[in-house]
Structure formats: C-alpha cells, structure tokens
Design a protein around this ligand. Structure first.
Ligand SMILES: [Zn+2]
Ligand SMILES: [Zn+2]
Length: 241
C-alpha cells in the first residue's frame, strides 16, 4: 500500500514517460511504446569500450573491438552506456539537458546502474561528473551530469567528487565539430583542482551522452595525470552506427 502523501503527490504530479511525457501508472521511466522503441545496449559488445557490434577476441579470449585490440596504452579502463543515442531517444536527453526535466535524473540513474555492472564489478571509489564551464552552468542553472552522478551515488553507495575536476576554459559546443576537431576543441580545458582527492582512486566519469568520446578521454587524461588509478566512463546514451 502506497503512503497517502505519496498518492496525493502522484495525483498532483503523476510520473510521466521521460520520452513522450504520457502519464504512467508507475514511476518506471518509459511508457510501453517508448520502451519498445528504445535501443538498449546489450551484449555482445567490446569488453573494454562497450561498443556493440561483432567483436573479435584477443589471444586470451577477451572480446575486444579492433580499435581496442590495437590500443596498447588505453586512457580509459572500461566504458559503458545504457542506450543508443538515436533520433528517438534524443528527445529524452534534450528534455533532461535543456528543458528542466531534472526529475528524470532518477530514471536515468537506474539505467546507469544496470549499464555499469561490469564497472562496479571491477571496483569503483568515486563518481566524477563531466563538468561544465561556469558560464554555461549559470546559463543552464544545473549540470545534468552532476545530477546523474548524485542520483547514481544513492543507488550504489559511492561518493561523488563534484567540483574537483573543472572546466576552466569555455569551448564551442562539440556538436559544431566532427572527428579530430572535437579533440582539438576540448584539449587543455580541464584541470584537477585537488589532485590529492583523486590520487590512487578508481574513478567513474559520468555524463549524459558519449559521442566520439573526445571529452571523456580528455577528462580521463587529466585525471590520470593527477594520479587516478583508473578511469571508467558511464553514460546514459551513446552515439554509434
Ligand atoms: Zn513514452
Ligand atoms: Zn572497444
């Protein structure tokens, strides 16, 4: 039996589908139709970068994609995402990021918890959200990645280190660049304020979307330089063909 206050609250502000906004009976995030139209990332995927496709195996039978097989000094330990970022799922992310649908962080955090099982199994010490430059933060009023990190933190009992990794230079939005230019745009714009807080820590970087991974990789480089033991990335959605 639901608590009467919660019932009243649900009546006033019923849970809604994060994608289409239709009223739901339960706070489970997506209505049946949107659930069916969402591409959840499931195995087989590369055991390292999480990219779903036909994987090849290395000499020890580890399932890797060709890019990870070649990369002898990866900056990132593991990367995982919950769903494919396509035209359909884009709506949910845009609403969350730009239209104040901050309450959706709870639902997204549940997706992150499921998608991150391999990462949590390897071991995690802290969650770090990908930071926004303070000017953008003022404009948007919230950092969507920090909201995700705080909600996930409640579900997995790991602390969030917010404000330690900072973006000290403003950049043009990554969407205006492609490929190599994305790496150039983001290079040297992050720093770790207190390296002692990340030293020897196994860090999980949290963000809403992974596109080329340029931003996450740049953050990871900075964190590793500051002494982090390992860096994983966990995002709600991921762009891939
Ligand atoms: Zn829906
Ligand atoms: Zn890979």
């Amino acid at each position: 039996m639901k608590n009467p206050l919660k019932r009243l609250f649900d009546f006033l502000l019923p849970p809604r589908c994060i994608n289409c906004g239709s009223v739901l009976n339960q706070e489970n995030g997506l209505c049946p139709e949107c659930f069916n139209n969402t591409t959840f990332i499931t195995e087989p995927y590369c055991s390292k970068c999480g990219l779903p496709f036909a994987v090849v195996s290395d000499s020890r039978g580890k399932k890797l994609c060709p890019a990870c097989l070649k990369d002898k000094k990866p900056v990132l330990r593991l990367s995982r995402s919950a769903v494919k970022y396509d035209e359909f799922f884009k709506k949910s992310i845009i609403a969350f990021k730009f239209m104040d649908k901050t309450q959706n962080a709870k639902i997204f955090a549940k997706l992150l918890k499921t998608a991150g099982k391999d990462i949590f199994q390897e071991g995690v010490d802290v969650l770090i959200p990908v930071p926004l430059h303070y000017k953008r933060l003022i404009k948007r009023r919230y950092n969507q990645s920090a909201l995700l990190a705080f909600e996930l933190s409640k579900l997995i009992n790991k602390p969030v280190l917010n404000g330690c990794l900072i973006k000290f230079k403003a950049t043009k939005p990554q969407v205006s660049f492609s490929g190599r230019a994305r790496h150039q745009n983001i290079k040297g714009v992050f720093k770790v304020k207190n390296p002692s807080l990340v030293a020897n820590k196994r860090v999980v970087l949290i963000d809403d979307v992974m596109t080329t991974g340029a931003t996450l990789q740049e953050c990871a480089k900075v964190l590793r330089r500051a002494g982090a033991k390992s860096v994983d990335t966990l995002t709600v959605a991921r762009v891939y063909d």
